[in-house]
Design a protein around this ligand. Structure first.
Ligand code: B12
Length: 207
């Protein structure tokens, strides 16, 4: 099955096969959700488990991530509903100190696919940069990603900075270690565990 081949290729750090099999999946009508969730995302979960178990190390994680990203790029035009008029503006980034961007990119792609204008500030983004960009773009939502428990406090300071700036822009947070309870604790306006949920959340917030 093509999703299993994609899964295996990510775990083998085989970018060329990830690309070929992802394209094959798209061309042969495999559900995009399945390619994404059962192929690419499940493989990265497995990579995470192997990393935790000491079976994989950072350079290998990075190679797997690059292979996954190549597959994601191909899926990009197929994610979300696409087309139409802008539904609103979202400023997104990974918070200060954190360089993980795969999940953030996925959220960003799906929001674009769902018709939002997305301003992606990249990784290691300071609170002030989120506030400045959101003000300039008159953003509806600021979306913060963190993958490290050590960078979660940067989410709190960013949410605080947005409030102190007196902006109406809503804040949402996500990333593997983040929870709804943490969102409540720091006063963020929303949390989602995954990219489709993030899109749903933003739609609700701008409605
Ligand atoms: C790939 C990876 C890397 C790559 C990152 C490459 C890149 N360009 O992103 C590299 C090798 C660089 C890396 C480095 C490090 N990593 Co790393 N990494 C991972 C790994 C294996 C996968 C992360 C990933 O991409 N997942 C796939 C994506 C799709 O999932 P996701 O990010 O969770 O995103 C989804 C949701 O969370 C959500 N979401 C994400 N963002 C947002 C935002 C919003 C607003 C919303 C609503 C939702 C949302 O939607 C996404 C899609 O569904 C994880 C393990 C894991 N399974 O999480 C470890 C992991 C996150 N890394 C870890 C560590 C420790 C590190 C390092 C410190 C290692 C080191 N010793 O150097 C460094 C830190 C570098 C830094 N300063 O950031 C730990 C973190 C532990 C902790 N509790 O803090 C993990 C959990 C591994 C582990 N099990 O120990 N890493």
């Amino acid at each position: 099955m093509v999703t299993q081949d994609i899964f295996n290729a990510v775990l083998a750090f085989d970018e060329a096969t990830v690309v070929a099999k992802t394209q094959e999946g798209i061309d042969t009508g495999t559900a995009i959700d399945s390619i994404l969730n059962d192929g690419l995302i499940s493989a990265m979960d497995e990579v995470g488990e192997k990393f935790s178990a000491g079976e994989l190390f950072v350079p290998e994680m990075l190679m797997a991530a690059q292979a996954m990203k190549a597959g994601l790029e191909l899926l990009k035009p197929h994610l979300g509903e696409g087309g139409g008029q802008s539904k609103g503006t979202v400023v997104i980034g990974t918070v200060k100190g954190d360089l993980h961007d795969i999940g953030k990119n996925l959220v960003s792609m799906m929001m674009e696919g769902a018709g939002f204008d997305v301003v992606d500030l990249g990784v290691d983004v300071e609170s002030e940069a989120f506030v400045k960009s959101a003000a300039e773009k008159n953003a509806d939502v600021i979306a913060l990603s963190a993958l490290l428990t050590t960078t979660m406090p940067a989410m709190e300071s960013t949410v605080k900075a947005v409030k102190e700036a007196g902006m109406a822009t809503r804040t949402i947070i996500g990333g593997a270690p983040v929870t709804q309870a943490f969102a409540d604790q720091i006063g963020a306006d929303g949390y989602s565990a995954d990219a489709p949920g993030a899109v749903k959340l933003v739609k609700e917030l701008v409605a």
